[in-house]
Write a protein that binds this ligand. Sequence first.
Ligand code: ZN
Length: 371
Amino acid sequence: MHSGDTLLYRVLKARYFKNSDFVGAWRGFDPSFTWRSIWGAKALLIEGLQWRVGDGKNIRVWHDNWLPDPNGYGTPNPPANGLHDSDLLVSDIINENNSWNVTEMELYLQQEDIEKILEIPLVTPMGQDILYWKHTSNGTFSVKSAYWLGMLGRTSTNTAVVDSLWKHIWNMDGPPKIKHFLWRACSSSLAVNMELFQRHTIENGSCQCCQTYCETVHHALFFCPSSRRIWENSSFWEDIQAACVDSFATYLSRMARKLSQHDWGVFTALAWAAWTCRNKEIFEAPPDDPRCLAAGFVKYLMDYKLYSVRVHCSGGNMDIRSASCWKKPQRGIVKINVDAAVLYGKEVGLGVVARDDQGSLLFTGENGIPV
Ligand SMILES: [Zn+2]
């Protein structure tokens, strides 16, 4: 990609990233095998690239890696209310006298991010922003360092990031079924064909619905035709296409950090609807209009939130702690905890959870029985 005058570069640029550089290129619809292969490695490339701030005119605040962060992410957190200018440039928060504009930053950014930004030195005179490879001492990309970055694990597997994603999932105000779906989607537990193929359960991992691509979770939930119809009508579609990731867990982690609580709920409901559409298509019949089904899922989630507010008076996540702490059973013993509650005098809710002697979850179950 350094060799912009080669025939390969010119052909790919003309078709896939005519008006941007490689980093800003989209995957495109029905790409060639060559481009798919190159594009597939782009996520790793972008993970290792970092901007050094000059005048800030080429760096997008919310999309580009520019903020030093031990978790591996290089973008600040949007405000909790989700209101922010998505086209904001770093130059918009720099004063004319080449100092950080704290007043402007306070309009959009959280205090912890402002403190990190203030530690970034601004050089006088202002130069251009520089994109460099952060895994070599001279900032130049090398295949060897990219190989080690891939081997040692991407930032998405960073423990702090994974923990944060689990917290987002388990603390969300939604029905347990959606939490379990998200958990399965992020822990290689959804029975997509690529997963079954890798476990030698089936002979090939191609998608049964479109017969065109390998069925990964990412493909099934975003890009298979019926899923596309759901997302294309949402405000998330542009970001989904532009995101340089091919892992659902990585993308979900990013959205968990970026979206407001309301949008996060809608996003997860649409992903759940996409999975339901996929299952209907394979095991029953293709849904007439996936968008209607998705709208129903969003409504269900919103109704659930209203319901949980009415039942608990303070939202669905009221944290009632037992006076005694859960203790691990003896070695080789499985411990099963159960609980029940009467809701509005009309239904009894039952729950069961089984854990082993390490405290690891073996299974959970819940059911409602009319009184
Ligand atoms: Zn497909």
